[in-house]
Ligand binder design. Structure first.
Ligand code: SAH
Length: 218
């Protein structure tokens, strides 16, 4: 009888394939986004004790009162931003454990991800290292201020909820650039704004639940 132990790599790839099928059933149609989410091992971004839930469609705790975003929401934000264009030079505000930055790296030319909690940023670095993604840079910074030294950005994606769009982020959008952010306090909704000269055109999408965008670093 064949008594080989189960191969964890194979098991996680099966779980990831099921997650991608679920995303498809939930309406995600962008093959490039689905392909990126098939490739990035979400279980490697959460504590070992939570790895068994890594491919469920839920946000999970990553410490410091923060969470790794729900797969559907990660897919939706990127799919909406990608519609009809390339992501180009991308800024992510709220890198957390680094998962979304990893997914973005496969669909954007360059990814700058900023995080305000130092130990989380260190963890994101550790999580990302084995994946050897050459186009991701992590920075310890308050994302309300954007990242002036790398601006302008074709895409800005904010992974924390705010009452309004921070002015610096709008200023750091390139012409034709798009920014996605959950707006609202009790009731949040995904909002995308697209820059045309100094006109910003807003579109509103579904209700979501994100941790708050805070100010300063810690
Ligand atoms: N993108 C992550 C989700 C992280 S949760 C993922 O892939 O799952 C949101 C993150 O935003 C938290 O880590 C929080 O610390 C961070 N955050 C909140 N306000 C911020 C700010 N002003 N600047 C940078 N990061 C911020």
């Amino acid at each position: 009888m064949n008594m080989r132990p189960p191969d964890p790599g194979q098991a996680s790839s099966r779980a990831r394939a099921r997650m991608v099928e679920r995303l498809r059933a939930q309406g995600i149609a962008d093959e490039k986004v689905l392909g990126a989410m098939m490739q990035i091992p979400r279980h490697a971004f959460v504590d070992e004790g939570l790895a068994f839930s890594a491919y469920d469609d839920t946000a999970l705790p990553i410490g410091y009162q923060q969470t790794i975003s729900q797969p559907l929401v990660v897919a939706r934000m990127i799919e909406i931003l990608r519609a009809g264009r390339e992501l180009g030079r991308t800024l992510e505000v709220g890198a957390g454990c680094g998962y979304q930055a990893a997914v973005l790296s496969l669909v954007a030319t360059e990814v700058y991800a900023v995080e305000r909690i130092r130990p989380l940023l260190d963890r994101a670095r550790e999580n990302l290292r084995p994946l050897r993604l050459p186009n991701v840079r992590l920075k310890y910074a308050d994302g309300n201020l954007g990242l002036p030294e790398a601006a302008p950005f074709d895409t800005i994606i904010v992974a924390a909820a705010a009452a309004g769009i921070p002015g610096s982020l709008k200023e750091q959008l390139a012409p034709g650039g798009r920014l996605m952010i959950p707006l609202g306090t009790a009731d949040q909704r995904l909002v995308m704004t697209e820059r045309h000269g100094n006109i910003f055109r807003e579109s509103r999408f579904e209700a979501v639940r994100f941790v708050p965008l805070l100010t300063g670093t810690e």
